[in-house]
Design a protein around this ligand. Structure first.
Ligand SMILES: Nc1ncnc2c1ncn2[C@@H]1O[C@H](COP(=O)(O)OP(=O)(O)OP(=O)(O)O)[C@@H](O)[C@H]1O
Ligand SMILES: [Mg+2]
Length: 477
């Protein structure tokens, strides 16, 4: 039960309000009591002084109990208090209470003794007789500079305690009402917080079960609203990534099926039909070609998988890429010559170092020049140039080949995309070469462009490497 936000929030509210109100009430009641009692002492003492003044002369000469009792009664009635006048031996010489009064007795009270000694005589006691709290005050009667008696005053504190009781009752009511309100407020807020969280939880469960179409409706603009927004964004990305992955797997399987089917037929034919040695060689050459195609496909797939891995293990270093570019081009020279294509290149001696993974640079150059050779008819030419620009390195690969129609230019970087499927497949192409190039270039923080040649024949690919940047390792996938 205490695991729900609703309970936690409500209980917190209640405890907080209770603590604040209890502390406040305690201090308020205490302060009020102190104030009233202090004030009451002052009133009683103020009432005692005129009695003392009036009683002084009478008490000095020959104490007359009737006169003194009259004085006591007069002030007693006025202030609704008990007034007792004693001489310096604490014998009562006047009492505002006529019937059952203390006249003639000795009143041994600490307050009177204190007053006779010239000190403050004050006390509060509970009277079991009248069942109430009573305040007592005694002041000395001073006549011609000597203490000749005391005025003793007793007054009930029931009025004060009645007021304090009222305040306490009021505070109690306020506490109960506040707690009720806090409880309701807690439940209300908790409801507002928990409802979207519960719908988020439900959507998460659905996604965990594989239903990636789940979204939560975003209502608020607060933290939970932002969480819901991010959740929807995440679900959308997840859905898109899953779609791409499925498409990728489906395309890859499809690409594999073609050479595997050919291999199947070729091997069966070899086994089932008696063939001439020459035909046999032809079949074996075909098998070889299909196997090469499969190896090329699997290698390309592995390259992409490696690149897709977030934070790929290849670390970049600051290097001069010219030797790598030159080696790769020399490697491709033979392939160009076989097709009577003139492969020319113009490279600087060296360039400023860039952040790069060298074997990936090699892959970029290889794939672009390989395409240029592949899609250029015999007798054509391919030209590669590398320039140092102030902020970047620029590599261009120009061919005099078949060109790429404008409507295909955006798509050729997609995985498995080929302009002319049959033709590309015939050449052993998988449609992954440019996707790998694009992925590598993006990881290096660079860009790749494809353009028409000025004479309208053939294609130019341009790759840029930013100088000493290129640490953008975040993948698009
Ligand atoms: N220089 C070019 N001239 C004309 N068309 C090109 C050129 N480079 C690429 N293409 C077109 O773009 C498509 C995609 O190229 P990509 O390199 O990705 O695949 P591929 O060359 O068919 O296969 P792979 O590179 O895996 O062997 C090619 O099939 C081709 O149609
Ligand atoms: Mg290619």
């Amino acid at each position: 039960m205490f695991n729900s936000i609703r309970t936690k929030l409500t209980v917190t509210y209640i405890v907080l309000i209770l603590a604040v109100l209890l502390v406040t009430s305690f201090f308020l009641l205490n302060t009020l009591e102190q104030y009233y009692i202090g004030y009451q002492y002052l009133i009683l003492e103020a009432a005692a002084h005129p009695v003392a003044r009036e009683a002084g002369p009478n008490l000095r000469e020959a104490p007359n109990v009737v006169t003194l009792s009259n004085v006591a009664e007069e002030y007693g009635r006025q202030y609704r208090i008990r007034v007792v006048i004693t001489d310096h031996r604490q014998r009562v010489q006047g009492d505002s209470l006529r019937v059952g009064g203390l006249v003639g007795t000795t009143l041994e009270r600490a307050e009177i003794a204190a007053a006779l000694a010239g000190e403050q005589g004050r006390s509060i006691q509970y009277s079991h007789q009248s069942r109430q709290w009573v305040m007592q005050v005694a002041v000395p009667i001073i006549f011609e500079d000597s203490i000749i008696g005391a005025v003793f005053i007793a007054s009930s504190l029931s009025d004060i305690y009645a007021v304090l009781d009222n305040v306490r009752d009021f505070l109690l009511l306020a506490t109960v009402l506040s707690l009720l309100f806090a409880g309701l407020l807690g439940v209300y807020f908790a409801h507002h917080i928990t409802v979207p969280i519960e719908s988020l939880t439900a959507a998460t469960e659905q996604i965990a079960r594989g239903d990636l179409t789940q979204r939560v409706s975003v209502r608020s603009k607060d933290e939970i609203g932002r969480l819901a927004g991010q959740f929807n964004h995440m679900a959308g990305r997840l859905q898109e990534m899953t779609r791409q992955l499925r498409e990728f797997v489906s395309n890859a399987s499809h690409e594999m099926r073609t050479p595997l089917t050919s291999l199947n037929i070729l091997v069966k034919s070899l086994r089932e039909y008696p063939l001439e040695a020459e035909e046999r060689e032809e079949f074996l050459a075909d098998i070889d070609q299909e196997v090469e195609r499969l190896i090329h496909l699997v290698e390309s797939l592995l390259d992409l998988t490696r690149l897709d891995r977030l934070g790929a293990e290849d670390t970049m270093s600051m290097t001069d890429i010219v030797p790598t570019v030159r080696n790769t081009l020399e490697m491709l020279k033979k392939r160009a010559e076989e097709k009577s294509i003139a492969l020319e290149y113009l490279l600087p001696e060296s360039t400023e170092p860039v952040f790069a993974v060298l074997h990936q640079v090699k892959q970029v150059v290889f794939n672009l020049v390989d395409n240029a050779i592949k899609y250029t008819p015999e007798g054509g030419h391919v030209q590669v140039e590398l320039f140092q620009e102030p902020e970047r390195l620029l590599l261009s690969v120009t061919d005099s080949g078949i060109g790429i129609p404008p409507e295909h230019r955006e798509k050729i970087f997609e995985r498995f995309y080929r302009v002319d499927k049959a033709r590309s497949r015939e050449q052993g192409g998988t449609g992954l070469g440019l996707a790998i190039v694009k992925e590598i270039v993006t990881r290096h923080g660079g860009e790749i462009l494809v353009e028409d040649n000025e004479n309208g024949l053939g294609t130019t690919f341009i790759v840029t490497w930013p100088r000493a940047l290129g640490v953008n390792t975040a993948s698009e996938y």
